[in-house]
Ligand binder design. Sequence first.
Ligand SMILES: Cc1cc2nc3c(=O)[nH]c(=O)nc-3n(C[C@H](O)[C@H](O)[C@H](O)COP(=O)(O)OP(=O)(O)OC[C@H]3O[C@@H](n4cnc5c(N)ncnc54)[C@H](O)[C@@H]3O)c2cc1C
Length: 291
Amino acid sequence: MKPPRFEYLAPVSVEETLGLLGDLGERAKVLAGGQSLVPLLNFRLVRPEHLVDLNGLAELNGIREDDGHLVIGAMTRQRAVERSALVRERCPLLAEAMPQIGHVQIRNRGTVGGSLAHADPAAELPAVVAALDGRLVLRSARGQRVLTSEQFFVAYFTTAAAPAELLVEVRLPMMPPRTGSAFMEISRRHGDFALVGVAATLTLDESGVCTASALALTGVGRTPVVAREAARALVGVRPTAEALAEVGRRVAAAVEPDSDLHASREYRIHLAGVLTRRALARAAERATGAP
Ligand SMILES: Cc1cc2nc3c(=O)[nH]c(=O)nc-3n(C[C@H](O)[C@H](O)[C@H](O)COP(=O)(O)OP(=O)(O)OC[C@H]3O[C@@H](n4cnc5c(N)ncnc54)[C@H](O)[C@@H]3O)c2cc1C
């Protein structure tokens, strides 16, 4: 199918874009990498009257360090994040998740902002942002809002962003010393969306006791699922095999995935437990300096 008729608009600044979105409201959709939006248009699942192309907005493209945070502009291509030495050094969890998004051709066009705004509950980036307690920065002609991932992701393919709001950047806190992380997922074939994925971080003190841990899962709910209680069980103890297995059991008991044509609810619950244990074990190894 071909997309329905729309007016194509190509603003050259964020200010101009915000003005357009403020005027057009729900009648407009923004176009980032087009990897999700163009199929939706072609299947006529969305029918905007106006398509506002963000690809001319150089201001939204780039990765920088700012005050203990890694700041990534919404129009930064996923492949640029994957190849960034700064990301590898400052945010290895994100670096590990990136190559697991689709295929390289998709990451060449797909953007960080597009993936987050699309809010697919099986996507990798939302879980990484949730595990790191990142912030999503939204702008409109009326001002700026900064949301946590739990505020931003509302339901399947639904965020708290209003039609007149643009996601402009994501801010990820850099990980403290002696912190390890791991992103693990299972998908049916390389490049497919994950059936289940786990983003894990774990911080150890000098004696090897866990002082902090975070877990976020993809593919087990309507949004990325933060397993806060389960991760808290590790704080104050050594990450032994038994302690990690217990966290895996807690996560498996807490998640409530749906069955679909890709996997049953039971299999997803099983994967959530196993991947949690494995991801935490790898994060713990890395926290001690293992590569
Ligand atoms: C075959 C295939 C396999 C894929 N596999 C995976 C995978 O394994 N994991 C994964 O995470 N993704 C996967 N994707 C999706 C891919 O990551 C897309 O790049 C991503 O979902 C959307 O990014 P985009 O830049 O292409 O956004 P677009 O498709 O241009 O836009 C997506 C949506 O977000 C909105 N939007 C975009 N940018 C903004 C913004 N700055 N502010 C507000 N709203 C905005 C658009 O209006 C639209 O509603 C796959 C895609 C394909 C085609």
